[in-house]
Design a protein. Structure first.
Length: 134
């Protein structure tokens, strides 16, 4: 199932961008970490199926949804997603496969200024001063 969620060709592009795993302690090393590809397959599973993290089937993906969520958090803090997006967009541009005729921009990608920049003062929408309550 992992190969269906994260094909070999995609993994070969993504693997070099992954942050380095911390070195395990020699004494009391704890459990082996879940491989990055398995965690990425869990993230793709959640995106495709629209399930909650707790509903990720460990038998299908290879790890629990909590593990997948933690890895997503760690990769987000490490800045993986902007690097991955830039690398894949660059590859698409080089192959002349990037078509920006149909694209969407929202506030998560472009800073939305509060009210924008205006040269004239804005008229008040209040009809007059409020009466005093004293």
């Amino acid at each position: 199932m992992i190969a269906n969620l994260v094909p070999d060709e995609l993994w070969d592009r993504i693997a070099p961008l992954m942050p380095a795993r911390p070195v395990r302690r020699h004494r009391h090393p704890g459990r082996l970490p879940v491989p990055d590809r398995v965690a990425l397959a869990g993230i793709v599973y959640v995106l495709r199926k629209g399930v909650a993290w707790r509903d990720v089937p460990a038998s299908v993906v290879g790890c629990s949804g909590v593990t997948v969520w933690r890895r997503l958090r760690d990769w987000t803090e490490a800045g993986l997603w902007p690097r991955l997006q830039a690398a894949l967009l660059t590859e698409l541009r080089r192959a002349d496969l990037l078509d920006l005729d149909d694209c969407a921009v929202d506030g998560s990608h472009v800073r939305a200024l509060k009210g924008g920049i205006t040269s004239a003062p804005r008229p008040s929408i209040v009809p007059g001063p409020a009466p005093s309550t004293t």
